[in-house]
Design a protein around this ligand. Structure first.
Ligand code: KDG
Ligand code: MG
Length: 402
């Protein structure tokens, strides 16, 4: 089998997605997600100008070799644009191999270690009663694990809180909006939020919380200690992780489980965190971390240190990435949990898929390959629109981590 063509489909059904379609001389094609929120066209250009020309004529079954060719062969390694482009190719090739061998991708990765992938979804409210109502709604939908985010009194817009009655969506069309941040108000408030949620729903529900990189290590340690009575499933991204050593300090002060890695694009971003057991869950995502090939290796390394996975699964990762995460999550032994922020109905229409949610778990389905397609005609009706993530400033105007 040979790769005969590869092309990009850039569309915006409610939000932007970049999809790579690789076609072969046997009529089988594969899909890969190449979406990098707010920097979509940089990856599209990287693929179009520098990667696609090198793919034509290659054997699509040579997944490892093609991965190494794009990684080592570029000389310039790593970085979100490069690794997203490599991931798109990698995932499309796994899709092709599964279809060619008439088997779901999880079978190519070692077969099922479990029947379904435990998922968590997002509850958010402008205030504590709103957050509690949102948790209740998701419990009624069948979720067993829920991330809770809430507006902080005195802070005009907090991470994870929707504007108006639309579901929370991180990217916004147009230029970046600015939001305000106060660490002190946040640290004083979050324990009250989780106390109220536990009082309302009891001890059994899995609760998660995303700090979104906004604290220093010692502030994160304080938060971890304050939240211990509410035994969260994890505290996510408590501090930026460029300096992996920063997590040592958090670890010294709290037994709160820690998850990080959604912005990582290389295994090396996580190497010290894992081997020192400074984290409990690695959140690298297939689309930004170099694909199934790279994430399988990262997960296997993490398994040695009893670190589990918690792959990123926000709406800016397309249904192709969700499917890939579910296939990998079903196969690896150290799967922890999968994030599930459901896509809009329109996005689901553009990307018909075999995966489904039922009673707290997601199932990738048994279609050959990844079980996701793209309706190109419908996609063409929703062209790309420039969109950005917001930026955050402290109350005195200093730019801070969003
Ligand atoms: O593109 C950025 C989003 O994916 C991110 O803000 C969502 O933090 C996030 C999460 O945990 O889903
Ligand atoms: Mg996050």
């Amino acid at each position: 089998m040979k790769i005969t063509s590869a092309r990009l489909i850039v569309c915006s059904p409610d939000r932007n997605f970049v999809t790579l379609k690789i076609e072969t001389d046997e009529g089988i094609y594969g899909l890969g997600d190449a979406t990098l929120n707010g920097r979509e066209l940089a990856v599209a250009a990287y693929l179009e100008e520098h990667v696609i020309p090198c793919l034509i004529g290659r054997d699509p079954f040579a997944i490892e070799d093609i991965w190494q060719y794009l990684y080592r062969g570029a000389y310039w390694r790593r970085g979100p644009v490069t690794m997203t482009a490599i991931a798109a190719v990698d995932v499309a090739l796994w899709d092709i191999k599964g279809k060619a061998l008439n088997t779901p991708v999880y079978n190519l990765l070692g077969g099922k270690s479990r029947q379904g992938a435990l998922v968590y979804t997002h509850a958010n409210g402008a205030d504590i009663p709103g957050a509690i109502e949102s948790v209740r709604k998701h419990l009624e939908e069948g979720y067993l694990a829920i991330r809770v985010q809430c507006g902080v009194p005195g802070v005009s817009s907090s991470y994870g809180v929707p504007k108006g009655d639309k579901p929370y969506e991180p990217a916004e069309r147009g230029l970046p909006s600015e939001s305000l941040w106060s660490t002190e108000k946040y640290l004083n408030f979050v324990p009250q939020l989780f106390q109220a949620v536990r009082e309302e729903f009891g001890e059994d529900l899995h609760l998660l919380h995303d700090v979104h990189h906004r604290l220093t290590p010692i502030e994160a340690a304080r938060l971890g200690k304050a939240l211990e009575p509410y035994h969260l499933f994890w505290i996510e991204d408590p501090t930026p992780a460029e300096n992996q050593e920063a997590f040592r300090l958090i670890r010294q002060h709290t037994v709160a489980p820690i998850a990080t890695g959604e912005v990582f694009n290389s295994f090396w971003d996580a190497h010290d965190l894992i081997r020192n057991q400074w984290i409990d869950y690695i959140r690298m995502t297939i689309v930004h971390g170099g694909g199934i090939t790279a994430l399988k290796k990262a997960a296997d390394f993490a398994a040695v240190y009893q670190v589990k996975t918690g792959f990123h699964g926000a709406t800016d990762l397309s249904p192709v990435t969700m499917a890939a995460a579910l296939h990998l999550g079903l196969a690896i032994h150290n799967f922890g949990i999968q994030e599930h922020m459901p896509h809009s109905a329109l996005t689901d229409q553009v990307f018909p898929h075999a995966y489904r949610f039922e009673a707290g778990y997601m199932y990738p389905g048994d279609a050959p390959g990844l079980g996701v397609d793209i309706d190109e005609k419908l996609a063409a009706e929703y062209p790309y629109q420039r969109a950005y993530l917001p930026v955050a400033r402290k109350l005195d105007g200093t730019l801070t981590d969003w």
